[in-house]
Ligand binder design. Structure first.
Ligand SMILES: [Fe+2]
Ligand SMILES: [Fe+2]
Length: 214
């Protein structure tokens, strides 16, 4: 859709629609099926299912944050090149969001109760990054994707060994997050200062601590 051709009111409505789709479960049709090799659900004890749901809730929250980040960045980006460069990545993030939602459903669990708050915070961070410069904004995406990849690897290692289904979902997401990182760097993403990277990691850890339970 060419946002340039829409009136300000239409652009606002499109933004609100995207935000609601990121926040409200089951409001996004996935364009790709779950990346799993079998339809069979793994057998998990109650405590294992609770643990996997905690990890998947963190990953779902990470995807909500990705939506907020990309939407906020597009909102303030100084020209269309950043938006276009990141559009394919943003589309793949919608699939990730739906995959995590689906796995949470299968586990009889739910997304974080703070989902709207995570979205708004990430939108704000993305908007600030977009307003600073294209290079900073793309650097912010690259660093976010690198940190997401690290925690996906950690989660894959912490899953019960029989939960191949969750592992396959997270492994496919990891491949794509690293590709998003490469795209952001190829399009001019700058290296961020250690302070910014540390602050991002601190915020991500607070999110993870909370979303595992709530
Ligand atoms: Fe993602
Ligand atoms: Fe990503």
């Amino acid at each position: 859709m060419q946002l340039r051709l829409l009136s300000k009111t239409d652009q606002l409505l499109v933004s609100v629609d995207k935000a609601l789709r990121a926040i409200v479960p089951h409001s996004n049709p996935s364009t790709r099926p779950l990346p799993v090799s079998s339809d069979e659900l793994p057998k998990l004890s109650n405590s294992e299912a609770r643990h996997v749901a905690g990890l998947m809730r963190i990953n779902h929250t990470g995807e909500v944050c990705a939506q907020g980040l990309y939407h906020g960045q597009a909102f303030t980006a100084k020209n269309d090149s950043v938006k276009q460069a990141m559009q394919a990545s943003a589309d793949e993030e919608v699939d990730h969001l739906v995959w995590c939602e689906t796995r949470l459903d299968e586990l009889g669990s739910h997304p974080s109760i703070f989902t709207p708050l995570w979205y708004v915070m990430s939108f704000g961070l993305g908007a600030v990054a977009g307003a600073i410069s294209n290079e900073f904004s793309l650097g912010f995406v690259a660093e976010t994707e690198a940190q997401v990849s690290e925690h996906l690897q950690e989660h894959i290692a912490r899953l019960p060994k029989q939960d191949i289904r969750s592992k396959e979902i997270l492994a496919q997401m990891d491949i794509e997050e690293l590709h998003h990182r490469e795209l952001a760097l190829e399009n001019g993403g700058a290296a961020l200062s250690p302070t910014v990277r540390r602050t991002m990691r601190w915020l991500a850890n607070r999110m993870k601590d909370t979303a595992y339970y709530l």
